[in-house]
Design a binder for this molecule. Structure first.
Ligand code: ADP
Ligand code: MG
Length: 293
């Protein structure tokens, strides 16, 4: 019997609302269109990770399904979406009760128990994980080495960079005990030149790389309003081209590293330095930025 291929396991982290699910779903859709077998696991209690792969519809989460039944079938938690992407939503506890990270642990256990990873003969599994909560549950894909490569979505906003830096600390912490390593940063909503410079500089300081700069685009908004990814709704658009390039880079990426996060006081100093530079750039670049928003 031919040996089973090992799926590439990727986790995408980032601050809430930064564009993780949008970016992840477009990556999944692009890879599926390239003929790969892809599974996307939403690991955010919002449980909306895979909506744009399923015409804007929610799927039952693993935790919700488990509340109703003790034994599950794979087809109750794995739902096919655009291009044949297998969609899973881990789910979360009722608001205000329990640990939000538990959904991830439980979902991964269930997928393993039901042999979903083996039976589907996947090429890629992408975990879409909330990144601004410092909680053990959310670290599971990193800590347990479930994912091999971690990517973070960040804009040039300080809070997004702050969340990315915290993630780097988590990766560094578990790197000696078989944890996942960092593949790089996906710049999202990066239109202005200063935003690129800022992210480039952050990546250099923390020993990582920027994989792609994804512009903020009304095409993404239009796609979302149709309940679709940009790859599905506007495959010929420039934005779809950016997502396809990003998807290939991520799929071809092979060597991840331990990042060098900044201490909080150094991150503050770094940010303050940029504040001065932005003031100095008051004309030119900063104006361009304001005009493009
Ligand atoms: P997260 O999963 O990180 O919480 P989402 O992917 O749900 O964030 O994105 C939040 C909002 O931002 C969505 O309405 C999405 O359409 C929008 N968005 C994300 N990236 C872009 C982009 N590059 N251009 C335009 N809108 C975007
Ligand atoms: Mg999301």
């Amino acid at each position: 019997m031919a040996e089973k291929k090992k799926a590439k396991q990727i986790a995408i982290y980032g601050k809430g609302g930064i564009g993780k699910s949008t970016t992840t779903s477009n990556i999944s859709a692009a890879l599926a269109r390239d003929g790969l077998k892809v599974m996307q696991v939403g690991c955010d209690p919002k449980s909306d990770s895979t909506n744009t792969l399923r015409d804007g519809r929610y799927i039952p989460t693993v935790l919700d399904t488990m509340r109703e039944k003790t034994t599950l079938r794979a087809d109750e938690i794995v739902h096919k979406g655009f291009g044949g992407v297998y969609c899973v939503e881990a789910g979360g506890p009722a608001p205000g009760v329990g640990c939000a990270g538990r959904g991830i642990i439980t979902a991964v256990q269930q997928l393993k128990q039901l042999k979903v990873y083996d039976d589907l003969d996947l090429d890629v599994v992408i975990y879409d994980v909330l990144g601004d909560v410092v909680c053990g549950g959310f670290a599971v894909p990193i800590r347990e080495g479930i994912a091999e490569h971690v990517f973070t979505v960040s804009s040039a906003d300080f809070m997004a960079i702050y969340a990315a830096n915290n993630l780097f600390k988590g990766i560094q912490k578990y790197s000696n005990s078989g944890g996942a390593l960092l593949g790089g940063v996906i710049g999202n909503s990066v239109n202005a030149p200063y935003a690129r410079h800022l992210l480039d500089d952050f990546a250099e300081r923390t020993g990582t790389q920027i994989l792609e700069y994804v512009p903020r685009s009304v095409t993404v908004t239009q796609s979302e309003l149709q309940g679709k990814t940009t790859i599905e709704a506007f495959p010929e658009s420039e934005q779809a081209g950016v997502y396809r390039r990003l998807a290939r880079r991520i799929y071809e990426h092979s060597v991840s590293k331990v990042p060098t996060p900044l201490e909080i006081k150094d991150l503050r100093l770094w940010a303050a330095g940029w504040a001065d530079q932005l003031l100095a750039l008051e004309t030119g670049e900063v104006r361009t930025a304001a005009a493009s928003i």
